[in-house]
Ligand binder design. Structure first.
Ligand code: NB4
Ligand code: NI
Length: 183
């Protein structure tokens, strides 16, 4: 069972690696890891289990976060119409995306980041993701809203990108940059 002690934290080099493609058909070991990642999300969203094992709630998890530098993600999230998106994928890839951008209005967090990092994280509003399921089926899914944001956050982890890398430097006109002389 994956618990928080298995989740590596910022500063661990694996979080900044580009994860390797999973050789298909996936090995039993890789299928077990991906299943355990999905089990973690279910457990973390169950108040009793989460409390019992001290799990932080999660709607997504990427294999590098448990120190496995392979292209595997699990997502368990509902959209605003209460449609449940439950996907465990090998080698997920964003194959197309909208020009339109969106963001979570309260910014993002990360199970590998034990601090609040304020700021809006720009994401594509709509994406199409292709990947391979645990059963070995190649699928293509069109996503928007929160599910689209979650998939982008997880796929970023496969490329060594953290959510705060995307927070824009303040464009606040009243925030005068410090002249170099005083840096
Ligand atoms: C939005 C949200 N982020 C939660 N945590 N952070 C995560 O999932 C990180 C990934 C998300 C951070 C922003 C985008 C992706 C994990 N990440 O680091 C993996 O890379 C939540 F827990 C959560 N929800 C809402 C739904 N609720 C259903 C009932 O159970 C509790 C659950 C709580 N919503
Ligand atoms: Ni994360």
């Amino acid at each position: 069972m994956i618990t928080m002690k298995d989740v590596i934290k910022e500063g661990h080099p694996t979080l900044r690696k580009v994860a390797k493609e999973v050789t298909l058909p996936a090995s039993q070991e890789d299928r077990d890891i991906l299943q355990k990642m999905m089990d973690f999300l279910h457990n973390s969203q169950d108040p009793e289990i989460a409390e019992k094992f001290g799990l932080r709630p999660g709607v997504g998890l990427a294999a590098p976060q448990i120190n496995v530098a392979k292209r595997m993600i699990a997502v368990l999230v509902s959209d605003q119409n209460e449609n449940l998106y439950e996907y465990a994928l090998f080698n997920p890839k964003i194959v197309s995306h909208s020009v339109e951008m969106t963001q979570l209005e309260n910014g993002e967090g990360c199970l590998s980041v034990d601090r609040d990092v304020p700021g809006l994280v720009p994401r594509y509003a709509r994406i199409t993701v292709q990947g391979t399921t645990i059963e070995g089926e190649q699928i293509s899914i069109r996503l928007r809203g929160l599910p689209a944001i979650v998939f982008q956050h997880e796929i970023d982890h496969l490329n060594g990108v953290m959510f705060y890398d995307r927070i824009e430097e303040s464009k606040d006109p009243f925030m005068k940059p410090v002249p170099d002389a005083f840096r």
